[in-house]
Design a protein around this ligand. Structure first.
Ligand code: F6P
Length: 327
C-alpha cells in the first residue's frame, strides 16, 4: 500500500450492538497498526466523542476479543449528536488528538452522524454496516445478522420440539423494528408455517386460512415467526386476533435481546474482519463519506448517504420459498 494519507484514525461502535463488532474493532485496530497509523477507540459511540472518552489503542488492546459478542468499545444511541453545536465539540475532541479519519461501525442512524461530522470538518469517515437487522443498502450482509438468525433459528428449533409434543400453535417474535430480514431468514431456516414482516401487509384472515388449511392437510402444530415491526403490532397482538378467529389457543415467545448476544458465527467474524481491513484501506487512500460492504462475495464501497436514502429490498424469492415449503 502507498503511504497513508491519514496518519491517525479513531474507531467507534454506535447504535444497537451486534455480535461481530469486536472482531471488526480488532480488524480496524490491527490494520491501522500494520500500516503504521496511530489508532484510538471512542468509548460509547458518539456519546464518548462528546464526553472526550477517546483512548489510544494498540494491537494488544484487541487481543482475545475475536470470539466475544458485544463490543469492548461499548455503544450508545446518542440523540445529542444530531445537534450541530454538540458535533462541534466532538470534532474539537478528535482534532486535538490529530485524528484525521473515523471508522463508524453501526446502522444507518449512526452513519447520519458520521456524514454530518465529515461535512463540518476535514475528518474523513468510513462506515461499516453493523446491525443484526441487515437492513442497510449497499451490502448483502451486515455484521451480526448471521449470528442473530442462528440464535433465532436455534430458539425456534427448541420451540418446535414442544409445539409438536403439545400440538400447539406458537407465535415467535424476533427483532426487526423496520425490517423483516431476521424473521424471513430465521423462518425459512427453522421451517416456519408463516412469516409476518413489516415489508408485507399482514392479513389476519389469510393467516387464519393458512393455519386452517394446514390443519386440514394434517399439520398438528404450527410456528409463525413475527418481526417486531410487523404492522399487526407484534406477536402478542396478532396471536390474540388469530386465537379469536380460529378458536384455538396459541402460545407466544418473544426472543428479544437474546438475538443481539453470543459469540459471533464464523461468517460474522470473517465478514467483520474483511470490512474492518477494507475500511482502514479506504481511509488510507484518502476516501471519505463511504460505506464498505460485501456484494456477491466481493468488497464494494457505496455512498454513505445511500445507506439511508436507498431502501434495501426484501427478497421476494425467500418469501415465495417459505410459502412453498410450508405446504
Ligand atoms: O439494533 C437493531 C435492533 O436490535 C432492532 O432490531 C431493535 O428493534 C432495536 O435494535 C432495539 O433497540 P434497543 O436495544 O435500543 O431497545
Amino acid at each position: 500500500m502507498a503511504k497513508s494519507k491519514v496518519k491517525s484514525i479513531a474507531v467507534l461502535c454506535s447504535g444497537g450492538d451486534s455480535s461481530g463488532m469486536n472482531p471488526c474493532v480488532r480488524a480496524v485496530v490491527r490494520t491501522a497498526v500494520y500500516h503504521g497509523m496511530e489508532v484510538f477507540g471512542v468509548i460509547r459511540g458518539y456519546q464518548g466523542m462528546l464526553d472526550d472518552q477517546i483512548e489510544p489503542m494498540t494491537a494488544r488492546s484487541v487481543s482475545n476479543i475475536i470470539s466475544r459478542g458485544g463490543t469492548i468499545l461499548k455503544t450508545a444511541r446518542c440523540l445529542e449528536f444530531m445537534k450541530k453545536s454538540k458535533r462541534k465539540k466532538a470534532i474539537t475532541n478528535l482534532q486535538r488528538r490529530g485524528i484525521g479519519g473515523l471508522v463508524v461501525i453501526g446502522g444507518d442512524g449512526s452513519f447520519h452522524g458520521a456524514h454530518y461530522l465529515s461535512m463540518e470538518s476535514k475528518i474523513k469517515v468510513v462506515g461499516i454496516p453493523g446491525t443484526i437487522d441487515n437492513d442497510i443498502n449497499g451490502t448483502d450482509f451486515t455484521i451480526g445478522y448471521d449470528t442473530a438468525i442462528n440464535v433465532a433459528m436455534d430458539a425456534i428449533d427448541k420451540i418446535r420440539d414442544t409445539a409438536a409434543s403439545h400440538d400447539r400453535i406458537f407465535f415467535v417474535e424476533v427483532m426487526g423494528r423496520h425490517a423483516g430480514y431476521i424473521a424471513l431468514e430465521a423462518g425459512v431456516a427453522a421451517g416456519a408455517e408463516d412469516v409476518l414482516i413489516p415489508e408485507v401487509k399482514t392479513d389476519p384472515d389469510a393467516l387464519v386460512k393458512n393455519l386452517r388449511d394446514g390443519l386440514a392437510r394434517g399439520k398438528t402444530s404450527s410456528i409463525i415467526v413475527v418481526a417486531e415491526g410487523d404492522d399487526a403490532g407484534g406477536a402478542l397482538k396478532i396471536a390474540a386476533v388469530v386465537e379469536k378467529k380460529l378458536g384455538i389457543m396459541s402460545k407466544v415467545t418473544i426472543l428479544g435481546h437474546l438475538q443481539r448476544g453470543g459469540s459471533p458465527t464464523a461468517f460474522d467474524r470473517v465478514l467483520a474482519s474483511r470490512l474492518g481491513v477494507a475500511a482502514v484501506h479506504e481511509l488510507a487512500m484518502g476516501r471519505s463519506r463511504i460505506m464498505v460492504g460485501v456484494v456477491q462475495g466481493k468488497i464494494k464501497t457505496s455512498r454513505l448517504d445511500h445507506a439511508w436514502k436507498v431502501k434495501k429490498p426484501i427478497s421476494r424469492e425467500m418469501l415465495k420459498l417459505n410459502e412453498i415449503l410450508s405446504v
